[in-house]
Design a protein around this ligand. Structure first.
Ligand code: BDR
Ligand code: CA
Length: 314
């Protein structure tokens, strides 16, 4: 059983990933922590509570960061044209969801949950890395207590999706991502190199709705339509399931190939938010890249296997 804290900015593909984690038999979802990104922190937190209520998820929701790790950094408008004004495809999420939040801010929820389950917790982060960076700042010793950190973000051997250099989750808070990648805990990055190859077709999504025959699967289908429309000009048919790929890695790492090396994030300038890995097998002269922890990035994926995993779980 994998004990997971899901750090997320719901977000359409975040919603699918949450439903996957909720249903997968090998996942014990300990908590949902929210972060700004696909929408404001108020909206992503409201959406997490909405999905918790609609999908009857027991795990608590803890509200996280509403701004970047370094305060007052240039921040970017939420991508309403991808996830809708409400962050969930304009399905008309109620303004207020009458469910309590965990009293702790997300970074403290992470620290205390990790400390209560030493060596057992996998952090799955599919939004900006701000909550994780804040958790490290509050308690740097958690690096020795976390089992693994699985991240959706970054673009290594491919272009970004916000700029030619940068992927959205990293571009939204580059300094937070750099803190997370250079910390001495085991990180696996599931970036655009593999997620953009993993497209769920409209038909596959409809099949999930029909096979499950539940209002839960219907909600997933309905909230995904706006996002699919956005992707029409980018992929032949369907939706890129970025965040579900990171969740799939937790239960099925054999569906991925990885490359090890230290990772840094560019801060500022034309390549703001670019992720760079120095592969372990390539030698360079002495530099500030020395003595950084070696982390994994995903370079290959069995997309069909991942899509089947999502289908079967939901
Ligand atoms: C990432 O950015 C967000 O829009 C998605 O939810 C995903 O986490 C993809 O670049
Ligand atoms: Ca996300």
């Amino acid at each position: 059983m994998h004990k997971v804290i899901f750090d997320t900015d719901p977000g359409v593909d975040d919603a699918m990933a949450l439903l996957f984690l909720h249903h997968h038999p090998d996942i014990d979802l300990l908590g949902i922590t929210t972060v700004f990104g696909n929408a404001s922190i108020e909206t992503t937190t409201r959406n997490a509570l909405f999905l918790k209520r609609e999908w009857k998820i027991a795990a608590p929701v803890s509200r996280g960061a509403g701004e970047t790790f370094i305060p007052h950094r240039v921040s970017h408008e939420p991508p309403k044209f991808i996830h809708g004004d409400d962050g969930l495809g304009n399905i008309g999420v109620p303004e207020v969801i009458d469910l309590p939040l965990d009293p702790r801010p997300a970074h403290r929820f992470i620290v205390e949950t990790v400390r209560a389950n030493p060596g057992e917790v996998t952090l799955v982060a599919v939004g900006r890395m701000t909550n994780l960076a804040n958790a490290l700042k509050e308690d740097p010793k958690i690096v020795d207590l976390v089992k693994e950190v699985v991240i959706m973000g970054g673009a290594f051997d491919v272009n970004g999706n916000v700029t030619p250099a940068a992927e959205a989750n990293i571009h939204g808070d580059p300094e937070a991502a750099d803190v997370v990648f250079t910390a001495a805990w085991p990180v696996v990055v599931v970036g655009l190199d593999v997620t953009t190859k993993t497209v769920m077709t409209r038909q596959q999504l409809a099949d999930i709705r029909d096979a499950a025959g539940s209002s839960r699967a219907k909600l997933l289908f309905d909230l995904s339509q706006f996002y699919i429309k956005f992707y029409e000009s980018r992929v032949p048919d369907g939706m890129v399931v970025h965040d579900s790929c990171a969740c799939a890695y937790v239960v099925a790492p054999h569906l991925f190939t990885t490359r090890s090396g230290s990772i840094r994030v560019v801060s500022g300038g034309i390549a703001d938010g670019q992720t760079i890995q120095k592969p372990d097998h390539i030698g360079f002269g002495p530099s500030e890249w020395d003595n950084l922890p070696s982390q994994k990035i995903c370079t290959g994926i069995d997309s069909e296997g991942v899509l089947k995993l999502i289908h079967d779980a939901i």
